[in-house]
Design a protein around this ligand. Structure first.
Ligand code: SAM
Length: 328
């Protein structure tokens, strides 16, 4: 077994297209991890052997396998500057996720939805909001990002909707723009209580809807700006929310969301940025991803006491989506 796997890795390194084709035809394992924890696809990606990558993917090699240092084939292609290989892997990733999305939709229909976050207690401190497993629901380092999101969704003034209050960072920033109305949807009872005790219930232009966005949908109107940032939900849930944009977003309005998608892996993040843009495009929206450097927001000790570093990249891509108006 091992010997066969090594042969596939070797052919991948050599860029031997004929060789790899016959190994694949003979049923050799393309999902093999060698002693260094690398797959044939990673070897090919490191060296930019695009044709080999194509063959391996067609044969079922996983585009998203990770090396011991948590790098995927796409990360290697990116690191070594092999643009064609990178593009091929990116396309493979997006296509695979489009299909997996279909599977996720099916799972959801069958009731496999994650669970208990809304029933468990959360804890607040000055710089973060954590769930019961010490995973960060929201952290203060995101403040500049939330301010940029607020600026984007308030650019047209008018009526603004925010889904997910968290630490209220985006909502505080939205208030600075003095929108005509500012609707906030929040589902967690502890977060809701805290909003009320901090006076959010008495602000003149603020309307709070307590409940999951899925449940308060019938109470929503249409808005000039919408921001989406929940916790404990799947990508699939955000995708579902986006299906309602044609109803919720006024013509000319701006939609934005917290773009933490796969924020711990550079290549997976690019895959998801592409995937979400494509899905929004299918709904009629064009998405700009505005790069914001975030290295300086992340001090050394920022993750102290936090179970999972949900963000490890140097640049944040702030999405700004608007309806594609063909008539102009
Ligand atoms: C990441 S925080 C939001 C942070 C916020 N953008 C800020 O600036 O502080 C996510 C929030 O969404 C809430 N939430 C989770 N699932 C939700 C749902 N289905 N509907 C509404 N709110 C939800 C969580 O309780 C949490 O307060």
């Amino acid at each position: 077994m091992e010997e066969k796997g090594e042969k596939v890795c070797e052919a991948a390194r050599l860029g031997d297209v004929a060789g790899i084709t016959s190994l694949i035809d003979a049923g050799y394992d393309v999902t093999y991890f060698d002693a260094d924890g690398l797959t044939p696809l990673m070897h090919a990606a490191k060296l930019g052997h695009t044709q080999i990558i194509r063959k391996l993917i067609e044969a079922g090699a996983p585009w998203n396998a990770l090396s011991p240092s948590s790098l995927s084939a796409g990360d290697f292609a990116m690191q070594f500057g092999h643009q064609d290989s990178f593009d091929l892997l990116l396309n493979a990733g997006v296509q695979a996720e489009l299909i997996l999305g279909t599977i996720a939709r099916k799972e959801k229909e069958n009731g496999h939805l994650n669970g208990n976050y809304l029933e468990d207690r959360v804890s607040f401190s000055e710089d973060k909001l954590m769930d019961k497993d010490s995973k960060a629901v929201m952290m203060a380092w995101e403040k500049p990002l939330m301010e940029a999101h607020a600026k984007a969704v308030c650019s047209g003034g008018g009526h603004v909707l925010n889904i997910g209050f968290g630490m209220g960072l985006v909502d505080m920033a939205i208030q600075q723009y003095n929108p005509v109305s500012h609707t906030i949807v929040e589902a967690h009872p502890d977060v809701y209580d805290r909003m009320l005790s901090n006076g959010w219930g008495e602000k003149e232009n603020v309307k709070i809807l307590f409940g999951r966005w899925q449940d308060v949908l019938p109470q929503l109107g249409s808005y000039d700006g919408i921001f989406f940032d929940t916790y404990g939900e799947y990508y699939e849930d955000m995708r579902e929310f986006q299906q309602y944009l044609p109803k919720l977003l006024k013509p000319g309005g701006v939609y934005s969301f917290f773009n933490g998608l796969c924020g711990d892996n550079a290549f997976f993040h690019v895959v998801y940025c592409n995937l979400v843009s494509l899905e929004l495009e299918n709904l009629g929206y064009t998405t700009q991803l505005i790069p914001l450097p975030v290295k300086d927001c992340l001090a050394e000790d920022v993750w102290e006491g936090v179970r999972q570093k949900y963000w490890q990249l140097d640049t944040y891509y702030l999405p700004v989506s608007q309806y594609i108006d063909d008539s102009v």
